[in-house]
Design a protein around this ligand. Sequence first.
Ligand code: NAP
Length: 308
Amino acid sequence: MEIDLLIIGAGPAGLTAAQYGARANLKVLVIELLAPGGQALVIDILENYPGNVGQPPKSGYDFAMDLHKQAQDFGASFITGEVSSVKKENNNFLVSLSDGSSYTAKAVIVATGSKPRLLGIPGENEFSGKGVSYCATCDGSFYKEKHIIVAGGGDAACDEARFLSRLSDKVTIVHRRDAFRAQKALVERTLANPNIKVRFNTVILEVKGELKVKSVVLADTVTGAITEEEADAVFISVGTVPQSMLVKNLAALDDDGYIITDRKMSTNVPGLFAAGDIHSGAFRQVLTAAADGAVAAHNAAAFIDRIA
Ligand code: NAP
């Protein structure tokens, strides 16, 4: 198959890029490691996507499935696989997969997003899947009416806590500072939620248990007091780390490992674009990821026209 535009990653950025690329009459191939949807899959209610005003608004999962169908309907092809390298050879990109297959393409959009940041505390790994989780919509239903700890103070932590507060009235957010970093509307709703208790200026030192999580050891960062609190689950939402390893020897990255792009979503390598959470300075919303994907595909099409 002769490919014009190869897209790595099928989150909102990659899926939108696929649709725009296919509509620009490019032969588009999307390679995704698992299922399409990316981080959008874990959004319970996608209430801040303009126009998503149903009762209730569509979930991130349903939204991603629609994006996927739309891209396919416009002619984009999808395969599942693990990309192991991206190289520029002459005027083409050579994209290799860990199963030994490879593809050449005239332009590439990297839309590999990010993955949850770990807390790096004792017990986190040991109890992962046994009470420690990074996804409330995936695992929350195991902890109905249980005591749930959520770590973090950003949009994701507040979103996760809201989802969990419908399953249990014993949700505690533990945040290391004295104020949330999340958007004002989310903060107000979190603080007003009777099922959510907030412990500011607190860090989790350890997750303890036997076969599953039983408690967390907390430290008050102001007084230094250390306490142990009973807990059945710990949902960790302390940010994300970019999945840019694939292009670390090809494209310029910022100090945190995000790919540096210009307003056209071009990297420093002609024909290589980046879109969504993976690019430096992103606002990191489904909306902005989708917009990045459209911009990247539009400019990839222009690039392909220029080199034709
Ligand atoms: P984030 O905005 O980077 O927030 C991470 C939070 O975790 C911060 O409160 C941070 O504390 C805390 N944190 C980081 N490292 C920590 C550590 N080692 N120990 C304890 N706490 C730690 O990340 P996010 O909430 O995952 O969101 C990621 C991006 O997705 C953001 O751009 C966000 O706006 C977007 N997002 C949007 C929505 C929405 O619009 N509904 C939903 C989810 C995510 P400090 O505040 O002290 O730094």
